[in-house]
Design a protein. Structure first.
Length: 227
């Protein structure tokens, strides 16, 4: 063999030795195996570290009960045409002496109801009661609405109709008698009921508590004397 071929063979052998020496080092620096990170630390697949932060506050159940009294569709004439919206009247109470009503409008029924509930909770009325009934008799007038409320004995129940009954039940009054003398408009009757409950006083005398006009009072029946 010539010197040139010997030198070429020797160079090839040295190159093969260098490659075999570098292979273990490259394998150790290569990509991580399955289940390990790039630095060789084990990690769990599909699991994330819990986020650090404040715990979510526990949601308390709302103590107030809400009842829809009236829902109406209203329109307003604008420059570009008619705009249709919804009006909701909602009563909110805890059946333990707190009651409120809200009247609101919205583009949707749910929006109007939520707004009305918010308004009702902002204007709550504390109702004084004696043995689950009203402390005294009262006559209330609001606009065209005129209502008389009278306390009743235990077990009598709520004698009222329509929206007035809803308000009294949510307020927690279980024995009462009422009489609507004016309009049948639900909203006016509800507002009249709220004003009556707001004006109740503990320990008021019967003469001071009720002032019924002569026109509204029922005519007295005269008994004929027997001769």
């Amino acid at each position: 063999m010539s010197d040139a071929t010997k030198n070429a063979a020797a160079g090839q052998n040295e190159a093969e030795k260098k490659d075999t020496a570098e292979k273990p080092a490259r394998e150790s620096d290569g990509p991580a195996k399955a289940g390990q990170s790039g630095r060789g630390n084990p990690r769990d697949k599909g699991q994330r570290k819990p986020k650090r932060g404040k715990k979510k506050p526990e949601t308390k159940e709302d103590e107030y009960e809400q009842r829809i009294i009236d829902i109406a569709r209203v329109t307003r004439v604008m420059a570009g045409g008619k705009r249709m919206r919804f009006r909701a009247c909602v009563a909110v109470g805890n059946r333990s002496g707190k009651i409120g009503i809200g009247l609101a409008k919205g583009a949707d029924v749910s929006i109007a109801v939520s707004k009305a509930v918010t308004k009702a909770k902002k204007d709550m009325v504390n109702v004084p009661m004696v043995n689950e009934t009203l402390p005294h008799e009262i006559y209330q007038k609001f606009g065209a609405a005129k209502i008389i409320f009278k306390p009743s004995r235990k077990g009598r129940g709520v004698i009222a109709g329509g929206a007035v009954r809803i308000v009294l039940e949510l307020a927690g009054v279980k024995n009462v008698t009422s009489k609507i003398l004016g309009t049948n408009n639900k909203i006016n009757n509800v507002k009249c009921t709220i004003e009556a409950l707001r004006s109740l006083k503990m320990g008021a005398k019967k003469e001071e508590a009720i002032e019924v006009p002569a026109k509204e009072a029922a005519p007295a029946v005269k008994e004929e004397s027997k001769e």
